[in-house]
Structures are given as structure tokens and as C-alpha cells.
Design a protein around this ligand. Structure first.
Ligand code: DAT
Ligand code: MG
Length: 135
């Protein structure tokens, strides 16, 4: 079934010059980038984006990090897109992420793990409404 997911290349991925590499992986997989923009995330949008983690001890750090520089946001369509993108991203902690995944290839630190992707249909709908209201 065709799905739409929300993907964000985090400030470390953009600063590290990985934007093209990541978009290329998504396209080569057969998924379609239907929305794309580069911007700095406001504190308000960052807190809303990560609202589910507001009680966690790392929440402040997470919001500081995601607002620390430009990010690239994408809306991505395709068959099973949400799960396919999560698999391509790899485990949250890059030390546990398999080689061949974005995190497994390009990151070591859980606090700076390059990429975000929606983890289900509900979060995809919420994140797309938050960041891609124009679509
Ligand atoms: P994911 O990004 O794989 O969906 P998540 O939703 O559990 O993971 O967490 C969101 C982000 O928060 C994650 O990408 C990095 C950060 N994070 C998660 N667990 C952390 C921890 N134990 N210490 C520091 N940052 C953490
Ligand atoms: Mg998550």
C-alpha cells in the first residue's frame, strides 16, 4: 500500500554533506520525494515535533540539537514507505545500527544520529501536518 512518511536530515547530516547521499538512497530504493525543503527549525516546532519525548532526560539536548543548524525535510511516498525508511535509517543508537543503514554507515552517537523518519502511520500524519501543511 502506498504510504507517505516524513523524513528529516538532522543538522549533523546536513553539515556533514550527506543530503545528496541520503536523497539518493531514498530515490534508488524506488521511493518518491514529493516534498523537499531546507530550513532552520524553530524551537516551537522542535518541541512539538518531539512532544512524545518531553518527559525524557535528553529532551532539552534533543531540542537544542535539532535547532542548532539547517535541516532538510522531505515528504516521501511509496509502497510501505514508512517501514522501508525506518529500515534504511537503522537503529536509533548508531552503535546498534547495521552497516548499510544511514546511521550504521555515518554515525556513532545516539544524540547525533543524522536522520529522523516517522515510526508509524499516526506519527507520519502528525509530522506531515506539522512540517508540510502546504502539501
Ligand atoms: P528514532 O529517532 O529512532 O525514532 P526515538 O524516537 O526513540 O528514536 O528518539 C528520538 C531521538 O531522540 C533519537 O533519534 C535521538 C534521541 N535519543 C533517543 N534516545 C536517546 C538517549 N538515550 N540519549 C540521547 N538521545 C536520545
Ligand atoms: Mg522516533
Amino acid at each position: 500500500m502506498s504510504e507517505r512518511s516524513f523524513v528529516m536530515i538532522k543538522p549533523d547530516g546536513v553539515a556533514g554533506g550527506l543530503t545528496g547521499e541520503i536523497i539518493s538512497r531514498i530515490e534508488r530504493r524506488g521511493l518518491e520525494v514529493v516534498g523537499l525543503k531546507k530550513l532552520s527549525v524553530s524551537r516551537e516546532a522542535a518541541e512539538a515535533h518531539y512532544a512524545e519525548h518531553s518527559d525524557k532526560p535528553f529532551f532539552g539536548e534533543l531540542v537544542d540539537f535539532i535547532t542548532s543548524g539547517p535541516v532538510v525535510m522531505m515528504a516521501v511516498d511509496g509502497r510501505g514507505a514508512i517501514g522501508a525508511l525506518r529500515t534504511m535509517m537503522g537503529a536509533t543508537n548508531p552503535l546498534n545500527a547495521a552497516p548499510g543503514t544511514v546511521r550504521g554507515d555515518f554515525a556513532l552517537d545516539v544524540g547525533q544520529n543524522i536522520i529522523h523518519g516517522s515510526d508509524g502511520e499516526e506519527s507520519a500524519a502528525r509530522e506531515l501536518a506539522l512540517h508540510f501543511s502546504e502539501l
